[in-house]
Design a protein around this ligand. Structure first.
Ligand code: ADP
Ligand code: ADP
Ligand code: ZN
Length: 216
């Protein structure tokens, strides 16, 4: 099953994705995580992506869709994936609908996580991310261990370079201008479930599962 986790930066997509992907039995495909992996490994794609990510702009559609095409070509993705942070523009949306449609597949559900803009800034500037496994934390609501290390893998947890207030403002502009319009295009094509993303991480998880008819 192909499911899309949609929502503004900081709405909790990454936080909710692991449990949902596990429950659906599909891999979690987060384009931001894949770009950051390329960055760490110093690939040419990583260098290119960095110039956009650092400014809070979208990596060009062609580059992003190529990356997703190769991820979808891997064996574990044949039966479905949970998309997180992709598609992020109307051209990406039409590309993925066409790409899946060409082989008789389709998006089954969209979960739209709704979080007020006023909460977003605090969520993102307080976010901390594991340098090794990518797990996310928050200085107030979900802190790492007492030494500032990842509770999952023990490696250091840091602030992402693009999680500063200045870059977040640009990311929110990109979201409003390029990403949000995808929702309008999705309505009527794919069931869109609006889920309130404000509440504890566990409360939001239960809402998502229930919207998809999954036993919590
Ligand atoms: P996204 O992937 O949508 O950008 P994240 O899942 O990384 O968002 O969440 C952004 C920040 O908000 C992280 O620091 C995360 O720990 C925190 N967060 C996620 N869900 C909640 C929640 N329900 N309540 C409070 N903080 C949350
Ligand atoms: P967030 O967790 O705040 O939603 P992501 O980790 O998903 O952020 O993305 C970080 C950055 O990576 C984006 O600001 C953008 O520069 C780039 N990026 C991620 N996914 C895409 C995409 N689908 N299209 C274009 N750029 C992307
Ligand atoms: Zn970790």
């Amino acid at each position: 099953m192909f499911v899309l986790l949609f929502g503004p930066p900081g709405s909790g997509k990454g936080t909710q994705a692991s449990a949902l992907a596990e429950r659906l039995g599909v891999p979690h495909v987060a384009t931001g995580d894949i770009f950051r992996k390329h960055l760490r490994e110093g690939t040419a794609l990583g260098q290119l992506a960095r110039s956009y990510m650092d400014r809070g702009q979208l990596v060009p559609d062609l580059v992003t869709c190529d990356l997703v095409a190769s991820r979808l070509g891997e064996n574990d993705a044949a039966g479905g994936v949970l998309f997180d942070g992709f598609p992020r523009s109307v051209p990406q949306l039409y590309w993925v609908l066409g790409h899946l449609g060409a082989t008789g597949r389709s998006l089954a559900h969209v979960v739209n996580l709704q979080v007020d803009d006023r909460l977003i800034l605090g969520r993102i500037t307080g976010r901390r991310t594991c340098t090794n496994c990518g797990a996310t934390y928050h200085v107030d609501s979900a802190p790492p261990d007492a030494d500032g290390n990842c509770t999952r893998c023990g490696k250091p947890v840091v602030q992402r370079k693009d999680d500063t207030e200045e870059v977040v403002r640009d990311r929110l502009v990109a979201y409003a201008a390029q990403t949000f319009p995808c929702l309008e295009q999705l309505v009527g094509r794919v069931p869109v479930h609006n889920v309130d993303g404000v509440g504890s991480i566990e409360e939001v998880r239960v809402r998502i599962f229930s919207a998809l008819g999954l036993q919590a």
